[in-house]
Ligand binder design. Structure first.
Ligand code: SF4
Length: 283
């Protein structure tokens, strides 16, 4: 079977299993993280050392669980992001935004980053009807409004380091769409949106009838997701049989994985030559 890696620029690190949300569609139970799992600072440093052999990687991104809950002694997520910057990479993380609902915490977190770094930070907020982390009547999210306020208070140079995108999960159900006015409002403030279909994984398997059917010839199968569907997303004949497409390499604990389906491809301190070769060319 041929392995085709779509994004060779990204190292994804699952930082911890803990989360302060209970989303109905959460996929963690299908991911190879044990309950209570947490990556250590030492494991991050060993991963950064491995990345020197993976020449095409330029972006290191934290996911979870909720990455802002990570702590080890006096270190928190900002320390990890700055460690990535020191190693020469662009840092990023995906969050449910809960830490940033409080303006003082939002300011303290990002001011520390912008005071200590000149490298843009990639911030992805998961905001949608499954996370329930916005005011549906007003079409506003407190976490985003706080970042917008903070960016106005920072110098232009520092504000430009905070690149904010919103990831929206959309099911077949029209009620899973965000209000159009909300999207226009945040787009006008330089916030980008990305829309992804609900996938039948984790808890979402229990309501998989709401997952858009990306392989069907019938557009009705896409439901509300039809608005965001791109034809090139569709699987090509033969993909499943002779080609495994994988997005990027993922670190969980001491192990590197490809996902969908999940399988191990290496360990911290040991990556097979085939993987090192695949990542040898700059993207
Ligand atoms: S915020 Fe993310 S990790 Fe937490 S429960 Fe929701 S989907 Fe799961």
């Amino acid at each position: 079977m041929k392995i085709e890696i779509k994004d060779k620029s990204l190292m994804m690190i699952f930082l911890l299993e803990e989360c302060n949300f209970k989303c109905a569609h959460c996929g963690r139970e299908d991911e190879p993280m044990d309950p209570g799992y947490k990556l250590s600072f030492d494991q991050l440093q060993r991963c950064l050392s491995d990345c020197r052999n993976l020449k095409s990687i330029n972006w290191i991104h934290f996911s979870g669980g909720e990455p802002t809950l990570w702590k080890e002694g006096t270190r928190d997520l900002v320390n990890l992001l700055l460690e990535i910057v020191d190693a020469g990479y662009t840092p990023g993380f995906t969050t449910n935004g809960s830490l940033f609902v409080n303006y003082d915490r939002c300011r303290d977190f990002f001011s520390l980053y912008t005071d200590c770094s000149t490298v843009p930070l990639r911030l992805y907020f998961s905001i949608d009807t499954f996370h329930k982390n916005y005011n549906a009547k007003k079409g506003r999210a407190k976490s985003l409004d706080n970042i917008i306020r903070l960016k106005k208070e920072l110098s232009r140079e520092k504000a430009d380091l905070l690149n904010v995108s919103i990831i929206v999960t959309v099911s077949k159900d029209v009620d899973s769409l965000l209000p159009d006015e909300m999207i226009k409002n945040y787009e006008s403030r330089e916030i980008k949106f990305g829309f992804i279909p609900l996938y039948p994984m984790g808890k979402a398997k229990s309501f998989s009838h709401l997952c858009p059917d990306l392989d069907s010839d019938n557009p009705e199968g896409l439901g509300a997701y039809r608005r965001y569907y791109k034809k090139e997303d569709r699987k090509k004949p033969g993909d499943a049989e002779d080609r495994l497409r994988t997005d990027h390499i993922i670190l969980i604990g001491n192990d590197y994985y490809f996902s969908d389906p999940w399988y191990k491809v290496g360990r911290l301190g040991y990556l097979p030559n085939g993987i090192i070769r695949a990542y040898s060319a700059k993207p």
